[in-house]
Design a protein around this ligand. Structure first.
Ligand SMILES: [Zn+2]
Ligand SMILES: [Zn+2]
Length: 141
């Protein structure tokens, strides 16, 4: 019995076989414009700072690619990632550059321990609320 897979599924499977994580190509390109703060948004620590995306790159890319692959399946492949990554960065610039926060390593780990290593896009607003609440708590001390 032959199982026919829709084209987008085939492309996603191809991606998984890439030697290098496609997300790394995006990050390499986007990171120079990251607006990393000089202190943790929650506690004000100035050392060991991390840049956190409320919309995780990996699910954000998968979601964006789903529609794009349907439009032009032969273009949105890994072979052409260096060409289409700029389009992704432009389309998702709000998520990549604005919906972010600088956290100290400790608070960054704490956030990921609650929402997971690669939080689903649906948790972005909850993460934002969590960060605000933690910041308020620190303000009380
Ligand atoms: Zn902190
Ligand atoms: Zn993070």
């Amino acid at each position: 019995m032959t199982i026919y897979l829709p084209r987008d599924i085939i492309s996603i499977v191809k991606m998984i076989n890439l030697k290098r994580d496609p997300v790394k190509y995006i990050r390499d390109r986007a990171k120079s414009k990251y607006k990393k703060d000089s202190k943790c948004f929650i506690c004000g620590a100035e050392k060991e700072l991390d840049f956190h995306h409320f919309y995780s790159l990996s699910p954000l890319l998968s979601q964006w690619l789903k529609n794009k692959i349907q439009e032009r399946p032969s273009h949105y492949t890994n072979e052409y990632i260096v060409i289409w990554r700029d389009e992704f960065i432009e389309d998702c610039s709000k998520e990549l550059y604005d919906d972010t926060v600088t956290l100290c390593h400790k608070h960054h780990l704490e956030l990921h321990s609650i929402y997971g290593r690669n939080p689903s896009l649906a948790t972005a607003k909850k993460q934002m609320r969590w960060v605000e609440i933690q910041r308020d708590k620190h303000g009380l001390v």
